[in-house]
Design a protein around this ligand. Sequence first.
Ligand code: HEM
Length: 139
Amino acid sequence: MATLLYERLGGLDAIKAVVEDFVARCAADDRINQKFGRTDIPRLKKMLVDQVCEATGGPCTYVGRDMKETHRGLGVTAGEFDALVANLVATLNKFNVPQPEQEELLGALAPMKPDIVEVESAKTATPLPASYQTAPPMR
Ligand code: HEM
């Protein structure tokens, strides 16, 4: 039986470390960080850990909003999507995640792209629309 991607990534502790590094890279990245200007970052980290854990076969349940609802009205461009994915790849390289596992993880995220990208443009650093409704804070 093939081992779950969750296990090959190193389980929950490894996924938490990846999410920490990835979110820090995104926060430092002027191509995309404006979009997170009103975001509850602890919630975002928890949601990303749960989403990756569940999507890779781990024992987590993602209870956040679906990708379309979450990103609706953010005005994310294709260029900003690519910038975010490049940050993820940089994180995976830092943690020495092997190529097959990287490809499998990126392959699991790729189908979400049409639900996230609203603007087919290579532009980056586009502003966060004032009308965007953020998620409620975690209780
Ligand atoms: C495959 C790519 C992506 C995945 C898997 C993903 C996943 C997520 C998840 C799980 C959340 C949390 C939802 C919740 O709190 O209910 C979230 C929130 C968010 N995402 Fe993404 N995302 C992706 C790409 C992007 C891109 C490219 C941008 C913009 C550059 C972006 C901007 C945001 C922002 C600003 C929030 C916080 C929304 C808030 O303040 O409530 N995401 N994303």
